[in-house]
Design a protein around this ligand. Sequence first.
Ligand code: SF4
Ligand code: SF4
Length: 262
Amino acid sequence: MPIHERSLIRPENIKGHDKLVIDGVDVSGHWSTFIQSRVVTDYNEKLEEEIAALPGGEHIHRCWQCGSCTNSCTVNAVNPDFNPRYWIYLIRLGMEAELLRDKDIIWQCVSCNKCTYACPRDVVPEGVMKATAHWLELKGHTPKSKSTLFDEEFSDQVFETGKIEEGRIIRRFFHRTGQPLMQDWLVEMAKRLARHLPLKMLATMGLAALVRPRTRGWAGARAAIGEYVEEQKAKQHRALGLGELIEQAERELAGPPPARRT
Ligand code: SF4
Ligand code: SF4
């Protein structure tokens, strides 16, 4: 019998025989394929709660596993291992070790939101993918992705000035990601802007790059936004138990306590 979604089963758990005859009946190939059963003991019973505590993951509990998200997914069309329905299933069951097997591809979601429009339960799978990628970073399973670094640069600038100055964001983002500033596409874009934008607008942009203008009266708004962001971060860190993880890592780094002399 053919196995659907074979990519979801670990190769070592698929047992088959190219040539097998039982009681005179040839059961070679698909007919003699078995999936080895296994016992999972390392559930993270809080995994669904942890993902739901991060922005985008709030509605994960609504999923009824219809698979419309995966069917409509842009990335799944080119990489069958990219499977939002399956990851939501693993998260809801608390199968963290299984989820971590795919940690290096979850960030590949391109935020096209096709899944979100296809989902009959308003789970917002795109948000769940974002929350899961964020969870992987916060728990230290993956380094910060380029999109996270870009988000940080963007929001830092809004906090600082209440405005966006694209040139500075790009410069800082390239610096943090080790990319050269003089890239062909960027030089070409700058040339075209210089050719087509009105002189006044170019002068304003140049001035903004030099003097970093701020929104008038921004200090009050910045304090309120800063307070809100810190509150949210503290809430997320509590939900993910990051304080305990940090304490545990510090204990491991410090090594065992010295033996007591008798
Ligand atoms: S938003 Fe992400 S998960 Fe959803 S369809 Fe697009 S690539 Fe796939
Ligand atoms: S489309 Fe929605 S309900 Fe269906 S599997 Fe995906 S997230 Fe779950």
